[in-house]
Design a protein. Structure first.
Length: 57
C-alpha cells in the first residue's frame, strides 16, 4: 500500500511578501546584534572547571 505524499504549503501574493519582509527584518536584527565575549559567561567558567578536573582541557 502506498503512502500519500503531502503537498508542501506555498505562499503567494501578500502573504509571501509579508513573510519575506519578516525574514529580512530578523536577518538584519541578527547581523546588527553586539558581539559577546563568551569567556565572561559564568557557564563558560563552569565548563572550563569541569573539563580541567576531567583532564580534558
Amino acid at each position: 500500500m502506498a503512502t500519500a505524499i503531502k503537498a508542501i504549503p506555498t505562499l503567494y501574493g501578500e502573504d509571501a511578501i509579508r513573510f519575506r519582509e519578516e525574514i529580512e527584518k530578523v536577518d538584519r536584527e541578527f547581523d546588527n546584534r553586539p558581539e559577546r565575549d563568551l569567556t565572561t559567561d559564568p557557564r563558560y567558567a563552569m565548563m572550563k572547571k569541569i573539563l580541567s578536573k576531567a583532564r580534558i582541557f
